[in-house]
Ligand binder design. Structure first.
Ligand SMILES: [Zn+2]
Length: 301
């Protein structure tokens, strides 16, 4: 097989919300991302449907260790896969207790429904990957591109397929409302930072890929236009949230309502019910918290 397959995890029953990418390499099957623990059964079923034994996964390349990207990796590590991740992510994969406890503080019992806890990876199965490192699987090789901003420990993964330069962007090139080119952002606390994110986007733009693959979700065949749109929206969206946060006549309910109205206006040509299904209240309030935290740490330092 040349190329790769996109596996739709049907996250919470939604099409095109969360992806895993499957490569069949000369060293064995390789995944980019693992998805969250709650979709592990779906992923295993989809692998089997594609003729791949889930026990035979050779390696997993993670873009970062958030629960919706890395939660299920531990199961594959227990079955022999090596998990490649930014050096900052290593200890959280081999001992996820702190990460899970902080997710539990945010989501409470809902954590088990929304993501599930991050499964622990045996320490010997986790391999740190520095910026620029190349992982060679015979017929396919990947290069890590450090791309902080959404998270400090974020890598995008570059590869070449049939002469086309493809980049698996995790969350750095934003999410996309399915069926549209409308970007949505996870401005997650405590690591969201605007300037590193903009620098990461500039880095990807300069690399001039032929194609991007978004974890949320899918194929972008016009990387230049996409990255320009993402950069523009990221700056304006952060700015809107900053103004709302700095206006101390507002309560957070007012801020969320105003933010919601702004997103609806940005997406005025879209199906509003579809937009609301992805720009959920939980995403909006996470973004409000993420920008607030970013502004606080910036003033403190
Ligand atoms: Zn993330």
């Amino acid at each position: 097989m040349s190329g790769y397959q996109t596996i739709d995890l049907k996250y919470h029953g939604l099409d095109e919300a969360d992806a895993v990418f499957l490569f069949e390499t000369e060293r064995g099957p390789v995944l980019v991302e693992s998805g969250p623990a709650v979709t592990l059964q779906t992923l295993r079923r989809e692998l089997q449907r594609l003729g791949v034994d889930p026990d035979s996964i050779h390696a997993i390349l993670l873009t970062h260790i958030h629960l919706d990207h890395a939660g299920a990796a531990g199961w594959f590590a227990d079955h022999g896969a090596t998990v490649h991740v930014h050096p900052f992510g290593v200890r959280h994969l081999s001992d996820p207790s702190r990460l899970n406890a902080s997710a539990r503080r945010i989501y409470g019992d809902e954590l088990d429904r929304i993501f599930g806890e991050l499964l622990r990876c045996p320490e010997s199965r986790v391999a740190p990957v520095e910026d620029g490192a190349r992982l060679d699987f015979g017929n396919v090789a990947f290069t890590a591109i450090e791309t902080p901003g959404h998270a400090r420990h974020h890598h995008a993964w570059a590869t070449e397929i049939d002469g086309r330069r493809v980049c698996f962007t995790g969350d750095v090139a934003a999410m996309r409302l399915p069926g549209t080119n409308f970007p949505l952002f996870p401005l997650a606390p405590p690591e969201f930072e605007l300037e590193p994110w903009l620098a990461s986007l500039a880095r990807l733009e300069a690399m001039d890929f032929d194609r991007l693959e978004l974890t949320h979700f899918g194929r972008i065949e016009d990387p230049r236009a996409h990255l320009a749109r993402v950069r523009d929206r990221l700056e304006r969206e952060t700015d809107v949230l900053r103004e709302l946060i700095e206006d101390d006549t507002l309560e957070d309910e007012d801020r969320l309502a105003a933010y919601r109205a702004w997103i609806s206006e940005e997406g005025r040509n879209l199906d509003q019910a579809h937009l609301r299904a992805f720009a959920k209240r939980s995403l909006l309030s996470m973004n409000l918290a993420g920008v607030r935290r970013y502004l606080q740490t910036r003033t403190a330092s």
